[in-house]
Design a protein around this ligand. Structure first.
Ligand SMILES: [Zn+2]
Length: 161
């Protein structure tokens, strides 16, 4: 039997100290996700780590890795490390990437596999395979909703730096 919140321990390593904002956003997203899909947190993972990085890895803006040691590791392209101007578009992009990866965290915490839709796609095309993967379809569906609903503080932080 899974449990509802609280979340496992969360650690953050970003150039700006946004730990409390990231934690609040994750809490709100996981709470929404559990309510919306009627799922709860299992005891498979006991630690969630977020870190910023400063270059595109395989063209990815974010990457969530589920470790066998019970750690969920989330890498996010950090605009402040990239020394991009913190304009509203950059901040919104950052919050959207964060929301997308947090959906993957919610999926890992609850064991939910994503949106299972019967959409035909080319299994030999890596791009199609990625975008029609149930976990990705769900993350792309929810990222803008969660960015708008729960990303307000993240979008505003750093705007005036
Ligand atoms: Zn994804």
């Amino acid at each position: 039997m899974g449990k509802a919140l609280p979340l496992p321990q969360v650690e953050c390593a970003f150039l700006l100290n946004i730990s409390h904002i990231v934690e609040e956003m994750l809490y709100n997203i996981v709470a929404d996700y559990c309510r919306r899909f009627n799922v709860s947190i299992t005891d498979e993972y006991d630690r969630i780590v977020f870190c910023g990085y400063d270059s595109f890895i395989h063209g990815d803006k974010g990457q969530t890795t589920m470790g066998a040691n019970g750690t969920i590791h989330v890498q996010i392209l950090d605009p402040w490390l990239l020394e991009l101007e913190a304009n509203p578009l950059v901040c919104q992009m950052f919050a959207t990437i964060m929301a997308h990866e947090m959906v993957h965290v919610a999926q890992a915490l609850t064991g939910r596999e994503g949106l299972k839709l019967r959409i035909p796609y080319d299994k030999n095309d890596a791009n199609e395979e990625y975008f029609f993967d149930p976990a990705e379809m769900e993350a792309y569906l929810l990222e803008n909703l969660y960015m708008s609903k729960y990303g307000t503080h993240l979008k505003e932080y750093g705007k005036d730096l």
